[in-house]
Design a protein around this ligand. Structure first.
Ligand SMILES: [Zn+2]
Length: 309
């Protein structure tokens, strides 16, 4: 039985992504009439666990009416196509991401470049969302969904098409507020390729601070009760890791050396905060060091080539 946590009116379903507990969450927002919306879908490989979680929360999967995704990465929207086809749900996504859900071929190709032979095991089969069910967002909307109002905030930085959703003081942050696993003492940057942009990300964090949420709901993973402190810490942590990669690049380090550098930094932080070895290992899977290097290196090369000379 998957773990399902009630958070006020909402439920947090643990999709147990590839057997890792409490790393990839999906939020269920109920309506008064038994229908419900999902915020995020998790990956396609986690679908059976997600559907069991929906039932455990007391809902029939057939009552799924709407899906809102913060961005199209496969841990957030990988199951959107299957769910949309199976239950006819509408899918809300930023307008830049929408074409890639309608035709996921480029999304799949890019994931295959990153994950290679692990693609199927990690992400399963990604299928297209029918175009008639797609609802493209620009940011700034106040959506009426199942009798609820959700505000859409455009929050680029992790990805150029990232949005957050604000529902009655609860802010669904996707990856904009980074990763904070339950029981972990540290906030971990989420800076994979290919679109990390720290300046836009910082502006997004300022926009999130400005709406003064009461709590954050992180896809990775769960509720954070001190939003201001957390959002400010994300800004600082992103900068710290990015500066470490910049220092390596300026020293002429190759990718292997950069990976050693960022692994040493990440593991030292965890050890200093008292994390046990299994948590240190889990963090190396959920925010992979090689991927962090590719993402941040690309950021510096693309946006600040002058800093590398
Ligand atoms: Zn993610």
């Amino acid at each position: 039985m998957p773990s399902v946590q009630q958070l006020g009116d909402l439920y947090l379903i643990d999709t147990e992504h590839v057997g890792r507990l409490k790393t990839v969450g999906v939020f269920l927002l109920p309506a008064a009439d038994g229908r419900f919306a999902l915020i995020e879908t998790g990956s396609a490989v986690s679908l059976p666990i997600l559907e069991a979680g929906i039932q455990q929360a007391g809902f029939a999967p057939e009552a799924l009416a709407a899906i809102l995704v913060t961005h199209i990465h496969l841990d957030h929207a990988g199951a959107a196509g299957v769910l949309a086809r199976r239950y006819g749900a509408e899918v809300y996504v930023h307008q830049v991401g929408a074409p890639h859900l309608a035709d996921p071929s480029r999304l799949i190709a890019s994931a295959e470049r990153i994950y290679g032979p692990d693609m199927a095991r990690l992400w399963g089969e990604v299928v297209a969302v029918p175009e008639t069910q797609l609802r493209a967002l620009a940011g700034g909307e106040r959506l009426r969904i199942l009798g609820h109002e959700l505000r859409v905030l455009y929050t680029p930085g992790h990805a150029s098409h990232h949005v957050c959703f604000l529902f009655e003081g609860a802010l669904f942050t996707g990856d904009a507020a980074a990763i904070k696993l339950p029981g972990s003492p540290v906030i971990r940057p989420a800076t994979p390729p290919p679109e990390v942009d720290l300046e836009r990300w910082e502006a997004s964090l300022d926009a999130l601070l400005a709406v003064a949420p009461e709590r954050l709901l992180l896809t990775h993973f769960g509720a954070v009760s001190e939003p201001q402190e957390h959002l400010l810490a994300v800004k600082e942590r992103n900068r710290l890791w990015a500066e470490a990669i910049l220092a390596g690049l300026q020293a002429g380090e190759d990718d292997a050396a950069l990976i050693r550098r960022i692994t040493a930094l990440g593991e030292a932080e965890l050890r200093a905060a008292g994390a046990p070895p299994e948590l240190i290992a889990l963090h190396s899977e959920t925010s992979s060091y090689p991927m962090t290097v590719v993402g941040l290196k690309r950021y510096w090369l693309k946006h600040h080539p002058e800093r590398l000379s």
